[in-house]
Design a protein around this ligand. Structure first.
Ligand code: HXC
Length: 297
């Protein structure tokens, strides 16, 4: 689908994306590149990075792939140094690396819980922490010193409670909290905007194939009235808005991009029944202020 944004909105910017070689991260890499940014992607698997970089370069987008695990501070530092060495600056950091699997809480080992917290929450903080010194310098020497921006990919499953996702819900709750705290501290001190995106179910992602295998899809439609898959493009457009000057007054927000699914509840009464019931209750309460039949008072 065609982008509604101008092709130059990220012109001259350098973006580093963790998990930027696949799924939502790769779509953001691609769209950032198509809108003028130079791209560095960080991931654990060389073959995935190579394929992603080839695809970006074939579209004329400057791109490099850097192997690293966000759980290792030394990897984070090295990847950031390599990005600066290659491009000379950093303007945008996107934390899209995440770990997930479906598991009942009683079957999840503390190490399994810790693994996802380490990737999603600690990994996000580590990358932000290591990137700060470069983001602070983002536009120095070119007009007033202004900081870069950070985007943290989150989820909606911790807004209520989600089955078999205790580890990820806890991890993403921490991510949202990190987003707000850094928005406050770094927004004030360095003019660095920090925001998040909470995607709903997005088709063609590793997350969907893990959390909603093909054979379960019919059940979702029945139990979640608003259920409709989003596209990776939807998330990338939200990322463009937040990372570009279109979002220059947005700081500390996690933008939900899920078609309203997190609000979804099965309809418990038919619309026609509501009309009838509502009138009847209204009428009763006029006869008696308590709504109870007057004979019971
Ligand atoms: C129960 C499991 C498990 C499973 C792993 N573990 N898989 N427990 N059920 N299916 C436990 C292991 O037993 C171990 O605990 C601990 O987790 C670490 O497992 P490892 O395999 O050693 O970890 P590692 O090789 O580092 O792999 C991390 C991973 C893996 C998270 C388990 O799936 C991964 O690398 N994922 C990255 C890609 C990914 O998941 N992408 C999808 C993101 S989707 P013990 O106690 O045995 O040592 C997404 C969407 C979120 O984030 C929002 C959705 C709405």
């Amino acid at each position: 689908m065609e982008s509604p944004f101008k092709e130059t909105i990220l012109k001259g910017k350098v973006a580093l994306l963790t998990g930027g070689g696949s799924g939502i991260g790769f779509e953001i890499s691609t769209q950032f590149g198509r809108h003028g940014a130079s791209i560095a992607i960080m991931g654990r698997r060389q073959n995935i990075l190579d394929a992603a970089v080839d695809s970006l370069r074939s579209q004329g987008i400057p791109a490099i792939g850097l192997v690293g695990d966000v759980r290792k501070r030394e990897d984070a530092a090295r990847v950031l140094e390599s990005t600066i060495k290659h491009y000379g600056r950093l303007d945008i950091l996107v934390n899209a690396a995440a770990g997930n699997f479906l598991v009942a809480a009683e079957d999840l080992s503390p190490n399994g819980f810790r693994t996802v917290i380490d990737i999603d929450s600690v990994g996000t903080f580590t990358m932000c922490h290591e990137a700060l010194k470069y983001l602070k310098k983002g536009e120095q020497g070119k007009g007033p010193a202004r900081g870069g921006t950070i985007l943290n990919i989150s989820a909606t499953l911790h807004y209520t409670a989600s089955w078999y996702q205790i580890h990820v819900a806890a991890a993403k709750a921490a991510v949202d909290s990190i987003t707000r705290s850094l928005a406050l501290e770094w927004g004030t001190d360095y003019d660095i905007r920090v925001n998040g995106i909470a995607p709903g179910p997005i088709g063609g992602t590793p997350g969907m194939s893990k959390l909603a295998p093909e054979e379960m899809k019919g059940q979702f439609k029945e139990s979640i009235p608003l259920y409709k898959l989003g596209e990776k493009w939807d998330i990338a457009m939200a990322a463009l808005y937040l990372a570009s000057d279109a979002g220059k007054y947005v700081n500390g927000t996690t933008l939900i991009v899920d078609g309203g699914i997190w609000l979804s509840r099965p309809r418990h009464i038919a619309k026609e029944t509501v009309k009838e019931l509502s009138r009847a209750v209204e009428l009763r309460s006029r006869t008696s202020p308590t709504g109870l039949p007057t004979s019971k008072l």
